[in-house]
Design a protein around this ligand. Sequence first.
Ligand SMILES: [Zn+2]
Length: 510
Amino acid sequence: MEIEKKKQNLSKRKKNTKRDKKSVFKIKKQSPYETIEDFPGFVKKKFPWKKFLLISGAVLGTLVLGVLLYYFCFFPTLSLNGSENIEVVYPQLYEEPGVTLTRFGKEVHYPIQTKGEVNNQKLGNYKITYSYSEWFLSKKVTRNVSIVDKEPPLLTLEGSTDLKLCPNKSYEEEGYSATDNYDGDLTDQVTVEEKDGAFVYTVKDSSGNEATSSRSVQYVDDEAPKITLKGNQTIYQTVGTTYKEPGYTVSDNCDGDLATQVKVTGSVDGKTVGTYTLTYTISDTIGNKSEVTRKVVVYKPEPNTGVIYLTFDDGPHATNTAKILDTLKKYNVKATFFVTMSGPDSMILREYQEGHTVALHTASHDYAKVYKSVDAYFSDLTKVQNRVKNITGQTSYIIRFPGGSSNTVSRHYSIGIMSTLTQEVQKRGYRYYDWNVSSGDAGETTSSQGVYNYVVGGLKRNRANIVLMHDIKSYTAAALESIIQYGLNNGYTFAAITMNTPEVHQKVNN
Ligand SMILES: [Zn+2]
C-alpha cells in the first residue's frame, strides 16, 4: 500500500515539473521580463509600518486611558456596610448589613449582584460577594460570615452529688443527661472518669465547647451495724424456768445481714433469782462495732393471792395525797402512785420516802397528745419518768396507761395504738398494770361511801386485787381508812406494786 502511494506521489511531482517548465517557457515567449519587478517603472512600495503603529498605538492608548479614567474617576465605588468579617453566635440570626454604591461621594442606586448565602441553622464560614457591573467593568467586595456555637452543652446529674460509698463497692450510676443548643442530645457522648475523689462527667459539643460536672465520692463506712433484739429488752421470768434466747437481727449499711456473726456474752441462771445481763456485740468488715444489752430478771413471784394493791392515779395532789399518805402511814400500808406532772414535788418525795411505789402515768394525761403516735407516747412518758427520777433518784419502769390498756378513746387519735404500745412498752423493759377492782371515783360515784362500796364489792380473796383509785379526789381520800380497816379485818394483806408483781392486764380494744 505504502509503496503504491509513494509511486503515485512521484508521478505527480514529475507532471508538475513539466507544467512549470511549460509556463516559464510561455513567459519567455510572451514577455521579455523575467519578473514583475523587471518591468520598467516598477517602484517597489513599502508598507508604512511606523505610521500604522503610531496611530494605532495612539488610538489604543487613548481608549485605555479613557477606560481607566472612567473606571477610576467615574465608575461607582462599592463598599461594605458594617464589618468585612462578621461572627454570628448561634442561635442568633445573621442580619445582612448590605453594601453602598457611591459616585462622587453620593449614594447611587443601581442593581447590585449578590452571590452567596448564609444558613443560620448550620455552623460554618460563608462568603458573600457583592458586585456591580457596567459593560465589561465591574467592582466587587466580599464579606466573611461565620456562624459559631459558643454555648457548652447542658450536663445534668441525677441523684446525689456528694457520694459516700462503702469501701470495695462500686457506684451504681444514678443517671445523667446532656443536651446542646446546637447538637441536641449528647447523653451518649458523656464520658465518666473517676479521679481525685470524684466522678467527673465531661461532654463536648461539635464546636468543642466543653461542659463538666462531678460527684464527689468518699469511700467510707462510718456506720456501725445495727442490732435489733427480738423480744423484750428486759425479760421477766419466774425462777425455775430455762431462759430461751428470743434472737436478734443485724443489718449493716455495707455488709448487710451479719446476724450469724453476733457474739453473745453473759448467761442466765434460770434457777437463781437475780438480774442477768446479756451483751450482744457485732463488728462490720471495717471494724465499726455495735453493742446492745438485754436484761433478764429471774424473780420469785410474790405470793399475792388475797393481796390488795391500792393504786392512786393522776396525782399528786397537795391536800388529798397528803391525807392519803397520812392514812397509809397510820396503818403501815404500802400503796402505789401512778403520777403525772401535776401536783407538788414534795408529795412525790413523801410517797417515795414512806416506802410506797412511785410509778408513771404519763406527763400530760392528755389522750389526744399521748395516743397520737408511739413516739408521742414515749416522749410524754419520759418526761414524767425524768420528774420522778429527779425527785427520788430512781428510774421507774412501772406504768399505767391513761384510761388503761383497754381504753377505746385512743381510737380517735390513732387506730391500733394500744396494740402497738402494749407490745412496745414491754419491749423497752416497762411493766404495765391495769386493775381488776374499780373504786368508781372516776365518775360512777362522788361520795366516800360510794367509793367504799365499789372497792369492797370488787375484792376477791382468791386472787391479787389491784384497786384503781385517784388521789386527787377528796372522797377517795376520805374513804381510804374504812377500806383499809375492811381489808385488814377480812384477812387481806396490802402491798405496793414492784417489778416482781405479776402484771394484771385488761383486754386491748384498740
Ligand atoms: Zn388517769
